[in-house]
Write a protein that binds this ligand. Structure first.
Ligand code: C2O
Length: 562
């Protein structure tokens, strides 16, 4: 079982970490991990290639902690790439130094150097994940974070017999950085991945994959908790298990009102916990995942599979495939997302900001810019409110903390320069996007409402947006243009889903709310690596408050330099 595997690694590092300490209490609140960034040869789909890994593992080790723990993860970079690691979904209160996005909160860890990510896990429990946050290295550098509730606090759903982690990913047969370079030279999207994977394994629908298939053994009549993570670079995914329903109980480490479904939709960056009962005829059942794409850009219908295997059933029994929604099933996607609601119990309340101090409206645009050095003479680009974000050369958080001038501006506009019919007829003009490292300044503790509006600049498309340093409430979503006069009346201000990554629907909008109570510099971007790369990103500077515990903590001594 994955859980035992995780626990093994956790305990191993705990043991190593604690050598030299005397009489630590059994429920020690300090958890230590060593992450060695190493290049290793890995073979999939009949191709072997060197990939960047943590501790030689693919996927990397699971961080297994309890709510309230202090976690110390020492990352030592033995690879020839600059590295930084992001703990996706951890709030990092006042502590952006441990957040990880390269050039946003830290300079990368250079070859031969180390950095210790030191953070507390406060007020969060559930499934999150970690991944490299520089270039496309997260293609192979990722793993799960499991936060158990505090000792003595049960889950607000039936206690599962066992649990397992399923990380959905993508695999390229060739070097990913090379794939990206080729795409950039052409000014086109890099070539699509060669396989999807479940726990790093594509499953038997791909060549040479018999032994690269993840198998989860279950016992008849027992209930299992599956922690599902979408670590894919560029695909929203459907997931289903043949013959078995799933009960969704948590998303992005926040408990939900349970509901039962045959299939899940999960965007890159998101996590979903489900309960599954092994209540079918003992056998072998495929678990399968395949992209959701409701614009006919490039059709990707590769299906990764793993096997749910009842104890005692021989491997010779042929598994059955589940029925996944059609790749362009918008109706399924919308009705699935509608079912997601915060648990909002007295113990786990949903504290939705009811009054809004700051209204933001950001348009998501794709475009084509002239590119004399590109083979086609043009290159694809992306923007928010017509601004294509330019990465700085030093960490923005350092620049903010030490008041360094000339690194960024704080004039990111609250709305697009000119309103237009955002989702009307396709517009090929890029409306004169400009380049800039421009941030939006937010006062401490103010409540923010942000409407993310997809546009038909070049094409409509669904975009999973991730905000660092916060969870937000998804108070509303719709198709077409957001109507500030009518749509807010329909917002859910009672039990909206609370999460850290949200899909803005194709040709539609999503409204989120959060209270800016975490000072620092926080990245916000589309979690499709393709779009992040093209500039679909920005950052918020949340100012310090006046109180004693309301300002950014001092940086750690070993913070990397650029
Ligand atoms: Cu999981 Cu900034 O990303």
């Amino acid at each position: 079982m994955a859980r035992q595997g995780n626990f093994y690694w956790g305990s191993l590092f705990l043991l190593l970490g604690f050598v030299g300490f005397i009489s630590l209490p059994a429920e020690a609140a300090v958890k230590k991990y060593q992450f060695d960034i190493q290049v290793k040869n890995v073979s999939r789909l009949c191709h072997a290639k060197p990939i960047v890994t943590v501790n030689g593992m693919f996927p990397g080790p699971t961080i297994y902690v309890r709510e309230g723990d202090n976690v110390l993860i020492n990352v030592t970079n033995h690879a020839q790439y600059n590295m930084s690691i992001h703990w996706h979904g951890l709030k990092q209160f006042r502590n952006g130094w441990a957040d990880g996005p390269a050039y946003i909160t830290q300079c990368p860890i250079k070859t031969g150097h180390s950095y210790t990510y030191n953070f507390n896990v406060t007020g969060q429990r559930g499934t999150l994940w970690w991944h490299a946050h520089i270039l496309w290295l997260r293609a192979t550098v990722y793993g799960a974070i499991v936060i158990m509730p505090k000792e003595g606090t049960p889950f607000p759903f039936p206690q599962p017999y066992r649990e397992a982690t399923l990380i959905l990913g993508e695999w390229w047969n060739t070097d990913v950085e090379e794939v990206v370079r080729q795409g950039n030279n052409l000014g086109l999207p890099p070539q699509m991945s060669d396989a999807h994977t479940i726990n790093g394994k594509p499953g038997p629908l791909f060549p040479c994959s018999e032994k690269h298939t993840y198998v989860m053994e279950v016992e008849q009549g027992k209930t299992y908790l599956l922690r599902i993570i979408n670590a894919a670079l560029n695909d929203e995914l459907f997931f289903a298990i043949a013959g078995h329903n799933m009960t969704v109980v948590e998303i992005d480490a926040v408990y939900t009102k349970p509901f039962t479904t045959q299939a899940l939709l999960i965007a890159p960056g998101q996590t979903t916990n489900v309960l599954v009962q092994a209540d079918q005829v003992a056998g072998r059942y495929f678990m399968a995942t395949r992209p959701f794409m409701d614009v006919p850009l490039a059709i990707d219908n590769k299906t990764a599979t793993a096997i749910l295997q009842y104890k005692g059933i021989p491997n010779t029994v042929l598994p059955i495939l589940p029925q996944l929604p059609a790749p362009n099933d918008t109706t399924f996607a919308m009705s699935y997302n509608k079912k997601l609601k915060s648990l909002n119990s007295p113990q786990f309340p949903a504290n939705i900001p009811l009054k809004v101090d700051r209204h933001l409206f950001y348009t998501i645009g794709l475009g084509m810019n002239p590119c004399p050095t590109c083979q086609n003479g043009t290159q694809l680009t992306a923007s928010l409110n017509n601004i294509t974000f330019v990465m700085p050369r030093i960490g923005l958080l350092q620049a903010h903390y030490f008041s360094l001038k000339g690194v960024f501006r704080t004039d990111f506009p609250d709305r697009p320069p000119i309103p237009f019919n955002y989702t009307g007829a396709p517009l090929t003009a890029n409306l004169g996007t400009s380049l800039g490292t421009r941030l939006s300044k937010i006062s401490f503790n103010s409540t923010v409402e942000l409407v993310l509006q997809d546009t038909n600049l070049l094409t409509v498309e669904s975009h999973p947006f991730h905000l660092h340093g916060y969870n937000f409430f998804v108070v509303g979503t719709g198709v077409g243009n957001f109507d500030p006069a009518k749509d807010p009346a329909k917002f859910n201000l009672v039990d909206p889903p609370e999460r850290n990554t949200i899909g803005v629907p194709t040709g539609g909008w999503t409204a989120i709310r959060f209270k800016a109570d975490n000072p620092g510099v926080w990245f916000m971007h589309c979690h499709l690596e393709l779009h992040t790369m093209w500039g679909l990103k920005m950052a918020f500077v949340v100012e310090d408050g006046k109180g004693p515990n309301q300002s950014v903590l001092p940086p750690p001594k070993d913070l990397p330099t650029c």
